[in-house]
Design a protein around this ligand. Structure first.
Ligand SMILES: [Fe+2]
Length: 403
């Protein structure tokens, strides 16, 4: 068995190369429309660009709520024919994406507009990629295996959390193999995105808080990542400031358009940060709560975040203190450690305010070894975490989350 310290040394070296590759990669951002009504502006620009038949990829609930109607009307008014595929479910599967592809072909659509949360945007990315790449989705799993440019893709997020409108990844479920995998490619970034608070004001508080805490986790994990770059730090700080300032208002007063718009922008910035710098153990553990207990992604992150930050604090107190300072928590006279702890405490207070528990009810002691194994495996070659865990440490941390 290779000693833990040697394994860490190997991973650190590997991550330095990873960081260099990230630094040179030509990440791009979508053309952004930002503000109440931005979704209609995006529709007009899509039409002006010459698209004549577009597929809207969304879920049934959004269609029923009537959120699509103004978008469809605007597109049709500008001579774009619209087909609506509204069968997206959480955690889109390979079969669902193939079904969407079939629908796209039956309707001869030449572009895709994703309207919804992370599931709709991820499914739309993969339908767009499959439309131009004649190979099974499983063969695109991993890094840079989408060879041909996907169909033109536009995104209108209706939650402020995943940041999928600006990330290079799509997560796909494979129920046959009981696994989820990520397709990661620069070509998956949509051409345009609209952040429109008007579409978010009806979101219930529990979804607003969970998705908002997901965005906060993206920003914080990207900021304390060893792969953080100056350009990702700027976005992570901006996102953290906005979330600390506006998420409580968006949760408690969902009709406040200013709060909603700032949260949409925060989620977008956090997406830019983490799609380059990566996330960390919070996501690795929370993904496995999701796979085992169907814990919603944002809720799982919100619960796990303070535990992982407390564990990481000895090596990244400076970074956490900086975030606290940016968020106006410094009163003067506190040590770096005290400021870092203030930041973690603030996250605990937000969770408490949103009714998010400190422990996960569903978590079973017997499952902890397998969850720790899977989380460590996910993090190993993917996330440049500030402080690595060995298996007993990871199990010990997860045990703290048990009721
Ligand atoms: Fe996330």
């Amino acid at each position: 068995m290779i000693p833990f310290s040697l394994r860490v040394l190997f991973l650190r070296t590997y991550m330095v190369i990873f960081k260099f590759v990230t630094w040179v990669l030509p990440f791009r951002e979508p053309q952004l429309f930002n503000g109440p009504g931005a979704s209609l502006e995006l529709c007009r620009v899509v039409a002006a660009g010459g698209t004549r038949k577009i597929l809207i990829v969304t879920d049934e609930m959004l269609a029923k709520l009537g959120l699509l109607e103004p978008l469809v009307a605007e597109l049709e008014k500008n001579n774009v024919e619209v087909a609506v595929y509204d069968r997206i479910k959480p955690d889109p599967t390979i079969a669902l994406i193939e079904d969407g592809l079939e629908f796209l072909r039956q309707n001869s659509c030449e572009a895709i507009l994703a309207v919804g949360g992370g599931s709709s945007m991820d499914a739309a990315k993969m339908i767009a990629a499959r439309a131009t790449n004649n190979k099974p989705i499983q063969k695109m799993a991993g890094l840079f295996l989408v060879f041909r440019r996907p169909l033109p893709l536009f995104a209108i997020p209706t939650t402020a959390g995943t940041g999928s409108e600006v990330t290079i990844a799509a997560v796909v479920s494979d129920p046959e193999e009981q696994r989820k995998f990520a397709v990661i490619d620069l070509k998956l970034v949509p051409q345009m995105a609209a952040l429109d608070a008007e579409l978010m004001k009806g979101l219930p508080p529990q979804i607003t808080s969970a998705t908002g805490m997901d965005a906060l986790t993206h920003a914080v994990e990207a900021y304390i990542s060893k792969n953080a770059l100056k350009r990702t730090d700027e976005k992570a700080v901006e996102a953290t400031k906005l979330i600390m300032q506006w998420l409580p208002e968006a949760v408690h007063n969902g009709q406040n358009l200013e709060a909603r718009q700032n949260m949409a922008l925060a989620s977008y910035y956090a997406g830019i940060a983490f799609t380059q710098a990566g996330v960390g153990y919070v996501h690795a553990i929370s993904h496995n709560f999701g796979a085992r207990y169907h814990t919603p992604h944002g809720l799982g992150n919100a619960i796990v975040l303070p535990y992982v930050l407390e564990y990481s604090k000895p090596v990244c107190a400076q970074r956490l203190a900086k975030l606290a300072e940016h968020c106006g928590m410094k009163q003067g006279g506190e040590s770096v450690e005290e400021l870092a702890e203030k930041f973690i405490d603030r996250i605990r207070e937000m969770n408490a305010d949103f009714g998010i528990p400190t422990k996960l009810d569903a978590l079973q002691a017997a499952d902890i070894p397998a969850i720790a194994d899977a989380a460590l495996k996910e993090a190993r070659f993917t996330y440049a975490v500030p402080k690595y865990m060995d298996r007993p440490t990871c199990e010990g941390l997860i045990k703290q989350i048990m009721v």
